[in-house]
Unconditional design. Structure first.
Length: 294
């Protein structure tokens, strides 16, 4: 048996980094409950192949879900960087959903505002990120293209001894940032695609890059971040700014939707909770009631 870490996943195929080598691994049976970042026990079955026998208890698990099933994003992540930019415009819905997923998973979250060199759009972007900063999420301004050295100087120390996942909509500059932070990232990516995708390069994978002292996980850009798996109780706690109001509603089992005497709704009314955040909460409560089969 050998210890390894899963560096890429594609269906039931996994690439596992084991003792300086990369093995193409499968799980036993039909199970596909292994995620990038998992620490696994491997049994080698050929020079470059193996079987995953078991995985270690996870410190954290990040996932998203739709009505029918959940999809593992990554295991053992310690921090989430949400990459946004001055242009193209970013989605508040996706930012907040990512923050909720991080809160629910016990993962620290920060926003990375890229393309600050696009000066005419910077004030507007700053205005929009102010909401998240006011909730206590760190916001870091960078320019991967115009100020690469400054960007590395700022971000590299934050990666030390962390397992950091970057997520972002397409076009925000996530790949540019990864290429700055991970030497030879593009070569590693090509090798991973070749190993897992028979060289077709058609699929985008979640993949993990090992740094000297930490990991970076790149997730494919996605347009939707379903959180159907989160219960109402998890949701109310995942919205940080609800905290001071929880326990002060007239009804102990208040859903904070339209109940009389709801302290959270009062908070929205007084402007202490942003309307867009409460609207997302409502939407997520709705999603959580729509699950089928789990
Ligand atoms: N002006 C400016 N452009 C940037 C910066 N960083 C990246 N870009 C550009 O933004 C575009 C998207 O960058 P990528 O790094 O490919 O973005 P991505 O988020 O990985 O996008 P996908 O590959 O579509 O997932 C490219 O044309 C980059 O050259 C920046 O700091 N400033
Ligand atoms: Zn309430």
């Amino acid at each position: 048996m050998m210890d390894g870490i899963v560096i890429a996943a594609h269906g039931r195929h996994y690439l596992v980094h084991v003792e300086g080598e990369r093995l193409h691994c499968v799980t036993r049976g039909k199970k596909s409950d292994i995620a990038v970042g998992d620490q696994v026990d491997i049994k080698r079955t050929s020079p470059d192949q193996g079987v995953i026998e078991s995985f270690a208890e996870r410190k954290t698990l990040l996932y998203r879900s739709d009505q029918f099933k959940s999809k593992l994003l990554a295991a053992n992540v310690t921090q989430l960087f949400i990459v946004i930019a001055t242009e193209p415009g970013f989605s508040d819905d996706l930012v907040s959903r990512s923050l909720v997923a991080a809160e629910a998973g016990g993962i620290a979250a920060s926003l990375i505002l890229n393309k600050t060199d696009v000066a005419d759009l910077l004030p507007k972007a700053r205005e929009r990120v102010a909401l998240y900063a006011s909730l206590g999420y760190p916001v870091h301004e960078v320019s991967a293209k115009a100020r690469p050295e400054d960007t590395v100087a700022l971000l590299a120390p934050m990666l030390r001894d962390q397992s950091t996942i970057l997520i972002g909509q397409s076009g925000m500059g996530k790949s540019s940032l990864i290429n700055l932070l991970v030497p030879d990232a593009d070569i590693a990516t090509r090798e991973i695609s070749a190993a897992l995708d028979s060289g077709k390069h058609t699929t985008t994978f979640t993949r993990l890059y090992q740094l000297a002292d930490g990991n970076i996980i790149d997730s494919p850009g996605f347009q939707e971040f379903g959180l159907y798996h989160l219960s109402e109780g998890m949701l109310e706690r995942a919205f940080r700014e609800f905290q001071p109001f929880l326990g002060h509603c007239r009804f102990y089992n208040c859903h904070h939707l339209k109940e009389p005497g709801c302290a959270v709704l009062e908070g929205v009314h007084e402007g202490r909770i942003a309307t867009q955040r409460h609207e997302l909460y409502q939407q997520l409560v709705h999603e959580s009631s729509q699950t089928i089969g789990y």
